[in-house]
Design a binder for this molecule. Structure first.
Ligand code: AMP
Length: 422
């Protein structure tokens, strides 16, 4: 038996209502915050991610789905959404549009990770990017949009973790301070962190290993090592978040897993869970577009995993109503009745009802069984007699009540017992 590849999952019909509900809420908020939808390819030139995400990151080192295509091009399945949007911004000359350019996307993301609860090899992200403005008010607005979306879905007990990791002016000196601090501690670190100490020291701070965590707790903080510009930016951001009444924790161990971040980084987490369950996160990336060969363009963005939102909504009992069932199931007996039933069903659908027709030349009993299987609210039975009188026998499957209804009055009769959610 061929099964779905490890770390992927099917989103079955019963889960569609919650997925659609999340998408609708997100789209509504994107419109209110003036973001426009963009779509980029599922695969890109491998260099796009190596250059932006960072050679020393877990994503580039271990997680990318990379292959040569039949023409010999180096291709990678999208392991994150920001770099492709920035590539599109440059490629389509969006710097000539009014700035900031605010874009959002829904995208499948591919990472060769060890699958576990809430961690997949293919997952779905919603992301938003505000490109072309350095104002910390824009960081606050992105955070506010993320926060508002989660709240509008009914999610409770969330925390906002916030940090500033500086810019290319102040970070090198901070990294030196950090490396120095870790010099005497390397013996106690996990193997990954031993390698990180020279290759990617910032990531020493967010290791999940307990001994690494206690070393990180006492480490020098990036917020104490910011240049005046980054410090002012961070102070202003905190002021704006306070004005928007968004509570936040300054978390000096929050650094995020991608190299392109500058200044602001943030994550939204369920209160009672660890980092594995992060709902979403983002930050500022003021050099990314320039590093891709575009004009120097500051930007800030955010992404969230839809699967994580679904898990948290289920945990908190926040499910939307199930999808609408079958309003009327047509049960024709004989070919002439079937022909009429096809037309009646088409007409009812035009009026907004959900309608099904019994399949095959089944007996009435078998048709009733089929109607029950689809939880139809009504069955419209039609034999030669009814056909002659332009009527149907309408059975209300909730009450069992049965009556003759003229075809012309059928829609009105069905309305008396409408489907949930209509
Ligand atoms: P990242 O691009 O790593 O910042 O991830 C953004 C968001 O996507 C995270 O906060 C999670 O909600 C979600 N996410 C990241 N990786 C996975 C994964 N492997 N499986 C499911 N969701 C994920």
């Amino acid at each position: 038996m061929i099964q779905a590849p490890r770390g992927t999952q099917d989103i079955l019909p019963e889960d569609q209502p919650v997925w659609r509900h999340i998408e609708t809420e997100i789209t509504t908020h994107c419109r209110r915050y003036c973001y426009q939808r963009v779509e980029t390819p599922v695969f890109e030139d491998t260099n796009l991610f190596v250059r932006t995400v960072g050679e020393a990151t877990d994503i580039v080192q271990k997680e990318m789905y990379t292959f040569k295509d039949r023409g010999g091009s180096e291709i990678t399945l999208r392991p994150e959404g920001t770099a492709p949007v920035c590539r599109a911004y440059i490629e389509h000359g969006m710097q000539n549009r009014p700035q900031p350019v605010k874009l959002y996307y829904f995208a499948t993301i591919y990472r060769y990770e060890r699958p576990q609860a809430g961690r997949y090899r293919e997952h779905h992200q919603f992301g938003a990017e505000a490109i072309g403005d350095v104002d910390p008010a824009l960081d606050a607005e992105v955070i506010h949009m993320a926060w508002t979306i989660f709240k509008s879905l009914g999610l409770k007990n969330l925390t906002l973790q916030l940090n500033s990791i500086g810019c290319r002016n102040c970070r090198p000196a901070y990294l030196q301070t950090l490396v120095k601090y870790y010099e005497g501690l390397t013996a106690d670190l996990c193997d990954d962190c031993k390698a990180r100490a020279s290759r990617n020291p910032l990531r020493l701070l967010d290791c999940k290993n307990r001994t690494c965590q206690s070393a990180a707790d006492g480490s020098p903080k990036s917020v104490d090592n910011l240049c005046p510009e980054c410090r002012d930016h961070f102070e202003a951001l905190k002021k704006y978040l306070a004005a928007l009444e968004i509570p936040f924790n300054i978390n000096h161990r929050l650094v995020r897993g991608l190299d392109y971040y500058t200044k602001t980084v943030f994550e939204v987490q369920p209160e009672d869970e660890g980092g594995q369950s992060t709902l979403g996160g983002g930050g500022r990336y003021d050099n990314l577009i320039e590093e891709l060969g575009g004009p120097a363009t500051p930007a800030v963005g955010f992404a969230t995993g839809i699967e994580r939102i679904v898990v948290n909504m289920k945990k908190q009992g926040l499910l939307p109503p199930a999808s609408q069932g079958v309003d009327v199931f047509m049960a024709p007996i004989g070919e002439p009745a079937k022909l009429a039933a096809l037309k009646i069903a088409a007409d009812l659908r035009r009026q907004g009802f959900t309608a099904m027709i019994a399949s095959g030349g089944k007996s009435l009993k078998a048709q009733m069984r089929q109607a029950n299987g689809f939880a139809a609210r009504h069955v419209a039975i039609m034999g030669d007699e009814e056909l002659k009188n332009s009527s149907v026998v309408l059975k209300n499957m909730g009450t069992g009540e049965q009556k003759n209804v003229a075809i012309a009055a059928l829609a009105e009769a069905i309305k008396q017992n409408p489907a949930a959610g209509t």
